[in-house]
Design a protein around this ligand. Sequence first.
Ligand SMILES: Nc1nc2c(ncn2[C@@H]2O[C@H](COP(=O)(O)OP(=O)(O)OP(=O)(O)O)[C@@H](O)[C@H]2O)c(=O)[nH]1
Ligand SMILES: [Mg+2]
Length: 300
Amino acid sequence: MSKFGLLVMGPAGAGKSTFCTALIQHLQNNKRPCYYVNLDPAADEFAFEPDIDIKDLISLEDVMEEMSLGPNGGLIYCFEFLLENLEFLTDPLQEVTDEYLIVFDMPGQIELYTHVPILPDLVKHLMRGSLNINMCAAYLLESTFIIDRPKFFAGTLSAMSAMLMLEMPHVNILSKMDLVKGQVAKRDLKRFLNPDAELVEDDPLRKRAKDKEPGKRDGDPKSTKNVMAGTSFHKLNKAVAQLIDDFSMVSFLKLDAQDEDSVGAVLSYIDDAIQYHEAQEPKEPKMEFDDEPMESRMDG
Ligand SMILES: Nc1nc2c(ncn2[C@@H]2O[C@H](COP(=O)(O)OP(=O)(O)OP(=O)(O)O)[C@@H](O)[C@H]2O)c(=O)[nH]1
Ligand SMILES: [Mg+2]
């Protein structure tokens, strides 16, 4: 029997927990069971009560106080502790059946997704071994980043870094699309959905700055003024964008968590990636979820 899971990742405030909530609601509306796992040791408010909450094992607040660590160091400590006590996660997950989508809500500390090898270890345990979960990663990036093109490519680089590090089925998502509605032309948006390195060169903010002072070159990259204005980093930004373009790995789906059709469209990509429906098809007729051994919080 397979199990199916989704790891919801991305920088702080990208809309991960809001997406998890919208997804659980959507699954509930479509009579699909869901198992919600909170792995953010600092999160304390949930629209749906998690089935597993890392805070029952360890809380960031306690770690910071007892170990005299800051929020980032504390978070790493919490995950190292989780890896040493994996049965906290794996024992209850053993019981979850293949109709369920197991949704893992992750914290927003970016180092988790870029260079600390904790998540690859965790994912290995979930995907291999006795649990054998078919997992997909969803990396969220806030769509407002597209207003600041260097920032968009920096975010895209972190998404690519997570893809390379985790080596698992992966979708990238531009969240909060409602916030940029009407501000970006459809044709321009396409260039962000499949990131095009030329976006750095065509940046209207950069053009506007140049128009203010025609004929002026970028100047000394070491001058405080240029560092503060960001112009010092133009060549670096271009190189990063080109690197992403050359790898040709990252593309984005659009998400507006308030729009159920949008949530459903993203879910259909995830279902394809984990081959959820293939596992369900032979099983007819469907059992009543009320008879399931595992209680989902979706009944209220
Ligand atoms: N307009 C709009 N706001 C959103 C959307 N999704 C999330 N937000 C808002 O963005 C803020 C952060 O959302 P969260 O879901 O808590 O983000 P997160 O990634 O879980 O944040 P951390 O767990 O702290 O890293 C909240 O104020 C949300 O209401 C969206 O689709 N549209
Ligand atoms: Mg969150």
